[in-house]
Design a protein around this ligand. Structure first.
Ligand code: HEM
Length: 393
């Protein structure tokens, strides 16, 4: 039985061509084998839909928490994202309960109005940047609104969050590690202040803060650490998703017309837009035991990287996977993950993205590309640094 066959496909998530369009190389990987060993990344790549679901579902054999393999994790990193069941359960359920107590209709209406007035102001311009002038401010305000906190100044926040995002590629570029640590400290100070100020924050954080009061000290710490992930992770993925959707729509005027003429397509459409070109590229797990997947033995302690976007274009699961089909249903894509670590903010993201699509569809202009576009060189997040567009009839 093969153990570590070399990756026969050249896959560098940071090369120009892959950043511009990762789907051809992901298709080549998917066609190769169920698992391929990537020597430079020191992990197994999983690209087929069913195999990805199997890894994500099987938290007994595929660990998120490195401590299960005897490795250490800084205490400040112990959030819902790192803890596995059963330790994850109380943290996840505290956030789910707090989320379900929120008035998401009001959040969605607020986001729709804010986006509409932004589009109104941007529309007369011959070109504008959908990243800095739309995605970032909309995402920051939506997440702050959800949490019930005052948002930090946009430009300062973008710098902190972008530095954290870049540092996730620290394995590929060690120069990113120290700036990432400093940015995380700034994020910790900000979030800690929301737990200590007098007066209770409203919104989701108000609920979570009340829960910390009667929680044991360890759970209370995990809740605070998870609030950081909700704020920074929620902001950065939402902001990236908005940019990707604007880009997809700007290249597809027909899809824009369809969303305008058939409002019933908007709910299925926002899910399809995330399947088609979602922001989160992948996630990793550690084999907790030797385990066979697709006829290949993964040894205990080896890293398995699930490539969501490869699974989302798997023709074995999706009909016409490379086509944007706004009425695709069912659409059990992996853009929000799967299983015990699936996205905690899915329902919020769907509401804000629906607000975006509504506001765009209600605007008399259509989005068109209008100049420079630059993908950010990150392996974990598919996002833009710059995306010039225009709204024209
Ligand atoms: C379109 C926007 C979004 C996308 C595509 C997205 C995608 C994802 C994905 C793929 C995962 C799973 C990662 C894994 O398995 O390791 C995840 C986890 C998570 N997401 Fe999102 N996300 C989005 C927005 C949000 C928002 C708005 C929030 C918060 C309000 C949020 C909070 C979280 C949290 C806390 C986790 C960790 C859950 C856990 O490990 O138990 N996300 N997200």
């Amino acid at each position: 039985m093969a153990t570590t066959p070399a990756c026969p496909v050249h896959y560098d998530p940071l090369d120009e061509a892959t950043l511009a369009d990762p789907y051809p190389v992901l298709a080549a990987l998917r066609a190769q084998a169920p698992l391929v060993w990537h020597g430079a990344m020191e992990c197994w790549l999983v690209t087929r839909y069913d195999d990805c679901v199997r890894v994500l579902r099987d938290h007994e054999h595929f660990a998120r928490d490195p401590r299960r393999l005897g490795r250490t994790v800084p205490e400040a990193s112990l959030s819902v994202q790192v803890l596995d069941p059963p330790h994850q359960a109380n943290v996840r359920s505290a956030f789910m309960t707090a989320l379900h107590a929120q008035d998401l209709d009001t959040l969605q209406d607020g986001a729709r109005r804010a986006i509409a007035s932004r589009l109104e102001a941007l529309a007369p311009r011959p070109s504008w940047d959908a990243v800095s002038e739309l995605a970032q401010p909309v995402a920051l305000h939506a997440i702050a609104d959800l949490l019930g906190v005052t948002p930090p100044p946009l430009s300062e926040w973008v710098q902190v969050s972008d530095t954290i995002m870049q540092s996730m590629d620290g394995g590929l570029n060690p120069d990113l590690v120290e700036p990432g640590r400093l940015a995380r400290e700034r994020l910790s100070t900000l979030v800690a202040s929301w737990f200590t100020t007098t007066g209770r924050p409203a919104g989701l954080l108000g609920h979570v803060r009340a829960r910390t009061a009667d929680a044991d000290p360890q759970l209370a710490r995990h809740l605070v650490h998870t609030a950081r992930v909700m704020f920074q992770g929620g902001y950065s993925t939402l902001s990236a998703a908005i940019g990707n959707i604007v880009d997809t729509l700007a290249r597809n005027p027909q899809a824009q017309r369809a969303l305008r003429e058939a409002p019933q397509l908007r709910a299925t459409g926002v899910d399809e837009l995330v399947r088609y070109d979602g922001p989160v590229q992948g996630t990793s797990r550690l084999a907790a035991t030797d385990i066979t997947l697709g006829g290949i033995t993964v040894h205990r302690g080896q890293t398995v990287t699930v490539l969501f976007q490869a699974a989302n274009r798997d023709g074995g699961h999706f009909e016409h996977p490379s086509r944007l089909l706004l009425d695709r249903s069912p659409n059990r894509h992996l853009g929000y993950g799967w299983g015990t670590h699936a996205c905690l903010g899915t329902i919020v993201a769907q509401r804000v993205l629906l607000a975006l699509v509504d506001a765009l569809a209600n605007h008399p202009g259509l989005l068109h590309p209008a100049g420079p576009t630059r993908r950010r060189a990150t392996a974990t997040m598919r996002t833009f640094d710059q995306l010039a567009v225009v709204l024209q009839p």
